[in-house]
Design a protein around this ligand. Structure first.
Ligand code: NAD
Ligand code: IPM
Ligand code: MN
Length: 355
């Protein structure tokens, strides 16, 4: 029997609440399938850990995580700890150290999911974002000069390497080719006259290897408008770290909300563990109340199953999420229901068990 070793970083706020449901679901899938199992190892890292130790994770945390097949992460961030510390010293450092350069974020409107757009059918909102995940605007390069003086200057550099751009763009072309879909690049070459001109150039260069893939190239401002006015234009989308971050929250808003939005941080070469997480944060406003929607985490569990090669199980979980949304009986308040986080998790488990 194949055993998958998973490191769990439940983290802060609603992180532990939604991760508990994700684990329940993965264990149920493994039990019913019978040909594989999961072994979960919990790491108590996050903001509480920081408040006790002054660090977000163990000093050899990266070496510890390296031993695992995947990482399952809840959310990071809590009032009282500066966000740039909590996120940089845990989530972002993992993405970078493990070269998880692909951030794969489906933006797919399932039947029954709430959608704020007028006259939109589910088929119209069906895209996959391929967000660059290790460099770009979030490279962490910059400086803070003459701090606290009247001459204070802050520099935040965008870092766009040829290798970094080529690999994410090539991944997106491959995905579009394998699914017979169009590929849209989102950039901003008119104003970002180095980084995004370079990005556009590489998008064209790599594109020459994929004559069969239909492409579009939009400026990010226009793309934001089209995502709302005409989302069916987008199928596979490739974009930079910052633009991908912002546009996938917009994507979440048009595809049911943060409670449904999932993401996979992939190291495609599998040299390092990949990390699966809901894309929402720790939601301090609802933490501890049993109100958090665990379906985004279940969706990220489905991405993990896909990554391990159990695509039929991955698809089954998405089908179950859709059934639950259509039936509308067991949903958390963000979806208009009054069920608790664990009741929704239990409902997923029940449906896996009767499939
Ligand atoms: P957030 O995603 O935590 O919350 C935004 C809104 O969405 C809130 O109203 C929240 O209640 C709601 N929401 C989010 N997830 C939900 C769920 N599963 N079910 C129901 N409602 C949900 O974003 P924020 O408020 O901007 O950030 C809060 C903290 O989380 C900050 O510290 C931020 O830095 C951090 N953050 C972490 C991650 C991560 O760990 N991946 C991602 C984004 C933000
Ligand atoms: C996300 C988050 C993170 C990001 C933050 C918390 C650093 O917003 O995963 O979308 O910007 O990547
Ligand atoms: Mn984000």
């Amino acid at each position: 029997m194949k055993n998958h070793k998973i490191a769990v970083i439940a983290g802060d706020g609603i992180g532990p609440e939604v991760i508990e449901e994700g684990i329940k679901v993965l264990n149920t899938v493994a039990k019913i399938d019978g040909s594989f199992s999961f072994e979960f190892t919990h790491f108590p890292w996050g903001c509480d850990f920081y408040k006790k130790t002054g660090a977000m994770m163990d000093s050899d945390g990266i070496e510890k995580l390296q031993q695992f097949d995947a990482i399952f992460l809840g959310a990071v961030g809590a009032p009282g700890v500066p966000d740039h510390i909590s996120l940089w010293d845990l989530l972002l450092i993992i993405r970078k150290k493990f070269d998880q350069y692909i951030n794969l974020r489906p933006v797919k409107l399932l039947k029954g999911a709430p959608c704020p757009l007028k006259d939109v059918k589910c088929e119209d909102v069906d895209m996959v974002f391929v967000r660059e995940n290790t460099e770009g605007e979030y490279a962490g390069s910059g400086s803070w000069l003459y701090k606290d003086s009247p001459n204070e200057v802050v520099l935040q550099n965008g870092v766009f390497s040829r290798k970094g751009c080529e690999r994410v763009i090539r991944y997106a072309y491959e995905l579009a080719k394998s699914q017979g879909k169009s590929l849209t690049s989102i950039s901003k070459g008119n104003a970002l006259n180095y980084s995004m001109v370079f990005w556009d150039q590489i998008f064209e260069e790599v594109g020459r290897e994929y004559p069969e893939v239909k492409t579009h190239s939009y400026l990010v401002d226009a793309a934001s408008m089209f995502m709302v006015k005409d989302p069916s234009r987008f199928e596979i989308v490739v974009t930079s770290n910052l633009f991908g971050d912002i546009l996938t929250d917009l994507g979440a808003a048009i595809a049911g909300g943060m409670g449904l939005a999932a993401g996979a941080n992939l190291n495609p070469e599998r040299k390092f563990p990949s990390m699966f997480e809901p894309i929402h944060g720790s939601a301090p406003d609802i933490a501890g109340k049993g109100m958090a929607n665990p379906l985004a985490t279940v969706w990220s569990a489905s991405q993990m199953l896909d990554f391990f090669g159990y695509e039929s199980w991955g698809k089954k979980l998405i089908d179950i999420i859709e059934e639950i949304l259509v039936e509308k009986k067991v949903l958390t308040p963000d979806m208009g229901g009054n069920a608790t986080t664990s009741q929704v998790g239990d409902e997923v488990v029940r449906r896996i068990s009767i499939k």
